[in-house]
Ligand binder design. Structure first.
Ligand code: PLP
Length: 439
């Protein structure tokens, strides 16, 4: 194997950066966008209704509501559940911040449960330990496309009368025991920001089979208007109001994306399985796990680094891969993005809106919460070792995948050899470390 690029060798790849967030925007999307533009109806209207019908049909759900993004999708679900000040919601530390910070939008308190070490999804046993009389809901997240073990979570929900919103921003099409994720909890939420499995640039949606939750979420999406009253509901502002509407332009693109969803998912899965085949025997790394309870999809392809075999942490690994031309250091914080969410400054300092410590320290909250290291040890360890290597982007070409696999193999093999020779591996600089943020 040739020398590492960092040691003066030839990089595996030079020139063309790998795709991460490029939209799959083809002629169909362009024509759909033109059609709504020519009708001069850019705001939420018929195209949004058609998009919602297409989404509901694709998931086999009764209802779908398109919203401005995946974060607002989570918010309207919690609002419709009636979550409020003094309540607790059980969340996961191994996710994007929105899955947890959404709880604060309702002035409720996020309580972190740990994750399963193999799949990095909520561990039902720890969820159970975290339930109190204040708990009102659970937010399982099918991270990177891996379904959560939902039966035990739904069982806990039934037993303790809790709501469940599945955050499926990264996992449309994944299944749990044959059912699509998002259709098992009371509500499923999704994101269609660029780079997700389907994209409308910005956007998100909820799905539900519950008529009452549908009406409530619809209201929270659109100034607390009553869906059933149509235009006449213009002045029925009986609830806290906000505006999370999507535009007709995004919806028109979304309809075309739904038509392609099966193809986009299949291509991502094919890319990921190709990488796994190429990487499965590389020393010092573990390829992604497929859970026994369902079929995952591949939003992102993450590998687990084994520092004790490689003789280094993932930051040196990232810097070496970047020099080989297959990793963009602009995404460096994603190697630890995964700062476990309970260690984000927001929670450590218990920062609330308006310079308060509400909801964490608030007259309406009779519990006590502290966030800090040791709260979720499995997630904390996973964040040190789980490396978000590449998007499984459907437009990646075979040559791109080969470059990724060749570079990973080259770096891992070189690191193992350096470790055996007792050569220190110290490519990451203080500047690189600073980019990772606190922790
Ligand atoms: C797991 C998860 N939840 C929620 C969100 C929020 O979605 P959005 O960015 O559309 O608000 C994202 C991603 O962006 C996500 O990855």
């Amino acid at each position: 194997m040739s020398s590492l690029a960092l040691d003066g060798g030839t990089p595996v790849r030079s020139g063309k950066p790998l795709l991460v967030e490029t939209d799959v925007f083809e002629d169909e999307e362009l024509q759909a966008l033109l059609a709504v533009a020519l009708k001069k109806k850019l705001r939420r209207a018929e195209a949004a209704l058609d998009y919602e019908r297409a989404l509901a049909d694709w998931f086999g759900a009764k209802h779908a509501i398109a919203v401005s993004n995946g974060t607002t999708a989570l918010h309207i679900a919690l609002a419709a559940f009636g979550i409020g000040p003094g309540d607790e919601v059980i969340v996961t530390p191994y996710t994007f911040i929105a899955s947890d910070s959404c709880v604060m939008e309702q002035n409720a308190v996020p309580i972190f449960a740990d994750v399963d070490p193999r799949y990095l999804t909520l561990d039902p046993a720890d969820v159970e330990r975290k339930i109190t009389r204040r708990t009102k809901a659970i937010i399982p997240v099918s991270i990177m496309g891996t379904p959560v073990d939902l039966d035990p979570i739904m069982e806990l929900a039934r037993k303790h009368n809790l709501w469940v919103v599945e955050d499926c921003a990264q996992s449309p099409g994944a299944t749990y025991k044959g059912k699509k994720v998002g259709t098992i909890g009371h509500v499923g939420t999704f994101s269609t920001i660029s780079g997700k499995i389907t994209s409308t640039g910005e956007g998100g949606f909820v799905i539900t089979n519950d008529d009452d939750l549908y009406d409530k979420m619809w209201g929270y999406m659109d100034f607390a208007r009553k869906r059933s009253l149509g235009a006449a509901s213009k002045y029925h502002w009986g609830l806290p109001c906000t505006n999370y509407r999507i535009t007709n332009m995004q919806a028109a693109i979304g309809i075309e994306q739904v038509k392609k969803m099966d193809r986009l998912i299949a291509k991502r899965n094919e890319n990921a399985r190709y990488l796994t085949e190429r990487l499965k025997d590389v020393p010092g790394i573990e390829t992604p796990q497929e859970p026994p309870w369902g079929e995952r999809v591949y939003y992102y392809y993450a590998i687990r680094i084994r520092p004790e075999i490689l003789g280094t942490d993932m930051l040196n690994f990232a810097v070496a891969l970047a020099a080989e031309g297959i990793y963009d250091l602009g995404y460096l914080s994603t190697t630890r993005w995964i700062i476990p969410q309970h260690l984000q400054p927001l929670f450590l300092t218990k920062s609330g809106y308006g310079k308060t410590k509400c909801p964490f320290e608030c007259p309406l909250y009779d519990g006590h919460v502290e966030y800090g290291p040791g709260l979720c040890p499995v997630a904390e360890q996973a964040c040190e070792e789980t490396f978000w290597l590449t998007s499984a982007h459907p437009l990646l070409e075979p040559g791109d995948l080969d470059d990724i696999a060749t570079a990973v193999e080259k770096v891992a093999t070189a690191f193992v050899a350096k470790k055996a020779a007792g050569t220190p591996i110290a490519y990451a600089t203080a500047e690189h470390r600073a980019k990772l943020g606190p922790g």
